[in-house]
Design a protein around this ligand. Structure first.
Ligand code: ATP
Length: 270
């Protein structure tokens, strides 16, 4: 997919209110919002604003959501690109896409550039048996490093990247002046799951049999994405049964269904 600029008028703005739990991660990214909003406050004293931060954590825990919320809170454009888009790309395409993304971003600064699944391009170099695709991936990675080094730290472009495997990343990416900050985004605990249910129940017509404490207790190990899924699935189950409101039993059925899916997922991956 092409690097995309989220049209602020057409795209629903994501803010910190949409991100439940993750209080430490939110606190850390609040500083980035402040850099984007009042860069002078930091640079007047001679400080250099960090160029980027790495969001690290399991799938579905809200890394993309948090990056969008940073852009939403600072009211700046959000450009995004996924590392997996670069896999199996023709020679030179990956690198030119990275160049293109940064050119656009510099024009629209202040802004956020978000690179999802950065491990797909940022894996440590020279460990792939398939030489051709590896060369191309390295070209893309080198271009990314060049771009990061090429723009000044006070250019107003902040790069957020997400991965669930920080340990396999090329050390060059983590060097000072690149992704030298890591923000950890973990699976939610009981209270955080309760909060996430709170967010995702907002648009759903529920009756008073439904309470977030109960739902949070039924869903250990669920990510925010799984919880969003449960809420949506419950609404669909209730509607299928011709109900006017979504009830506790619909949520329990939805949880069973999602647990089934999760079990399948673990079987495939392990
Ligand atoms: P991946 O690693 O798979 O890309 P991710 O960490 O980027 O996952 P998101 O894409 O941000 O996860 O999350 C998917 C969806 O799950 C979000 O759009 C949101 O609906 C829901 N979600 C995840 N985490 C949270 C959270 N902390 N609060 C509210 N909703 C959440």
């Amino acid at each position: 997919a092409k690097a995309q600029l989220f049209d602020k008028d057409n795209q629903k703005k994501v803010t910190f209110k949409d991100v439940a739990g993750l209080s430490e991660a939110k606190q850390e990214v609040e500083e980035i919002v402040s850099f984007l909003k009042n860069p002078d406050k930091y640079t007047e004293l001679g400080g250099k604003i960090p160029k980027g931060a790495l969001l690290v954590g399991p799938p579905g825990t809200g890394k993309t959501l948090l990056a969008k919320a940073v852009a939403g809170e600072a009211d700046v454009p959000f450009f995004s690109l996924s590392g997996s888009d670069f896999v199996e790309m023709f020679v030179g395409v990956g690198a030119s896409r990275v160049r293109d993304l940064f050119r656009q971003a510099k024009e629209k600064a202040p802004c956020i550039v978000f690179i999802d699944e950065i491990d797909a391009v940022g894996r440590a170099r020279g460990k792939n048996v398939n030489m051709n695709s590896n060369d191309e991936r390295e070209n893309t990675l080198n271009q990314l490093l060049t771009e990061m080094d090429g723009f000044g730290s006070n250019s107003g472009v902040i790069i957020l990247a997400a991965t669930n495997r920080a340990d396999i990343l090329d050390k060059a990416l983590l060097r000072a002046g690149r992704f030298d900050r890591q923000i950890h985004v973990e699976l939610p605990d009981l209270n955080e799951r309760k909060e996430i249910f709170g967010v995702h129940l907002r648009p759903i017509k529920i009756d008073d049999s439904v309470d977030t404490e109960f739902l949070a207790r039924q869903t250990p190990g669920f990510s925010g994405a799984d919880i969003a899924n449960v809420c949506n699935e419950a609404a669909l189950i209730a509607a299928r049964n011709g109900k006017k409101f979504v009830q506790k039993e619909d949520f329990m059925n939805a949880v069973d269904r999602i647990v089934g899916g999760l079990e399948k997922r673990t079987k495939i991956t392990t």
